[in-house]
Design a protein around this ligand. Sequence first.
Ligand SMILES: Cc1ncc(COP(=O)(O)O)c(C=O)c1O
Length: 383
Amino acid sequence: MIVTSKNINKISEYFFSKKMKYINSLEKKGKKVINLGIGNPDISPPHEVINEMKKASELVNANYYQSYIGIEKLRYAISDWYKKIYKVNINPEQEILPLMGSKEGIMHISMCYLNQGDKVLIPNPGYPTYSSVSRLLGADIIYYNLFEEEKWLPNIDFLETINLNKIKIIWVNYPHMPTCATINIKKLEELVMFSIKHNILLVYDNPYSFFNKENNHFLSIFNVKQAKHVAIELNSLSKSYNMPGWRVGMIIGHKKFISNIIKVKSQMDSGMYYPIQIGAIEAMKHNYIWLKKLHYEYARRRKIIWKICDNLKLKYKKNNSGIFIWAKLNIENDIIWTETLLIKNYIFVTPGSIFGTNGKGYIRFSICCPSKILEEAKNRISS
Ligand SMILES: Cc1ncc(COP(=O)(O)O)c(C=O)c1O
């Protein structure tokens, strides 16, 4: 038998990867499952994006290996986008590293900065990939609690009580997945100050930024003046422009960080398909009108999910941000509750406890599902 690495035993297959196999098996038996589990935007990106990508695919150089740091035009487009959307200046030559989705960036950053036995601060609840990647690298995880009573925001006084020796990275993500909580600049400042004080790399994971506005612009960690000393930001076009399958993400940060991360990334891939980069450039030209339409559609969908929650007697907040609705059950066991909904009603929603112990007793609905199907889900539950 060929034995796996020790670290592989510390993780298991991604929850959604396993779940989708089960859902596919149900569908093969003729059951029509309504998937409200995954945040997989279903509305098309702006049609100009697809047109530009198609045209670019006819070019001979589209088939070549591409630059390890993204084509120049893409980095300049990202820099312009940051200026327009977040009101921050980012140097396109030194401070941007395009990625094939921000998820891979979690691995690159961790490989770049973590040694076996180093510690990382991870939100509970939070995106499971932070923990899995840390485990794969043999790092020790210290979870920091997020509680509903504290609006799911990090408690800096509590963070100060932790033994911070050997903490290398703190992962922070707002609008928060899965709770849909938002953050303000003041709290971001506190987090940056905490990271400077303790010399911790703050990774701000910002894929839902289009759902968090303050002072008339969307929030980036770089809205905090001193952030470039200790912080890097992961961003993505997956949710902002409905391009999750295209795999376009980015790391933004001071060149001292980017130049280190390139050492890892350039060993992992050989550049992003040229037409995708051209499509991404086009996408970032679409801002407020595009978003207005998107938010309008999501608002319609939210109302139907609220009705589903009301019918199921679940508690939720109407000011939830992002592309999910986070709801509280009136029982503890979210795993059994969601399994029952799947088996009885063929509706898949995500149990909160897959995001950490503080997600226990909650469930997450995705709003990436057309209203007509959401209505059908509502009817299935009521009948
Ligand atoms: C919090 C968070 N970070 C990162 C990602 C990765 O997004 P992508 O790889 O599509 O850019 C996701 C995806 O769902 C997410 O929810």
